[in-house]
Ligand binder design. Sequence first.
Ligand code: CDP
Length: 232
Amino acid sequence: MNRVIAVDGPAASGKSSTAAAVARRLGFLHVDSGALYRGATTVALDLGESASADDIITAAELRGLGFRVVGDAVVLYLDDSPLGERLRDADVTGGVSAVSALPGVRRWVNRSLRALATPDRTLVVDGRDIGTAVFPDAPLKVFLDAAPEVRARRRLIQRDPALEDLGPATVSAEADRLRRRDEADASRTADPLKPAHDAIRIDTANLTFEEQVDMILELIKDAALHLGPSAG
Ligand code: CDP
């Protein structure tokens, strides 16, 4: 039994920010698996259209794409620098579902994620397949979901807190983009987006951010026996 809390769910379901807040409260490490798929996508974009999984992995390794534990944070590096905002650019978001559908890329990402799970750490890992494929024996699995329009509003505000045009057309265009990415992620053959059979499903539509964090903290308390003490 490992010490992993799996937080899965569709695009913009709040997985990453929720997982980060939970980890911060408990002194656990937060790992954003989507960041590594986004990092692999930046490498693929630099290589050009016909790059295979092998090409992407070779270039990723040559350029040192990978997570580093820096203090209490897990940070993604490429070319010896943290890969901050680049990961959220539209070309990366538009290309990531195709790159993450490549089984070779998934195997490479999964190896990197599992390597972080050393016995002295408790990890909160968010993604699409953490409870089903990467850590199927995680003692706690949560699946966060909400209607696409709800997620679209949150994503638009997250991207630009000063955004004033949150009219129906803007929200519905973003919701369509999220739906398309969810469909691509859920219909791929390799480890598709889906809740694990033993995941606790939480619909966040009517919850505040603090409420959803508190709910997971409660679930962790219940699972504490299996998670062991924090590595601090
Ligand atoms: O933040 P957002 O929910 O928009 O996405 P993300 O967590 O950054 O993930 C970006 C993309 O990576 C997803 O759309 C999936 O294609 C892929 N992904 C995956 O296939 N498996 C994971 N465990 C995490 C992400």
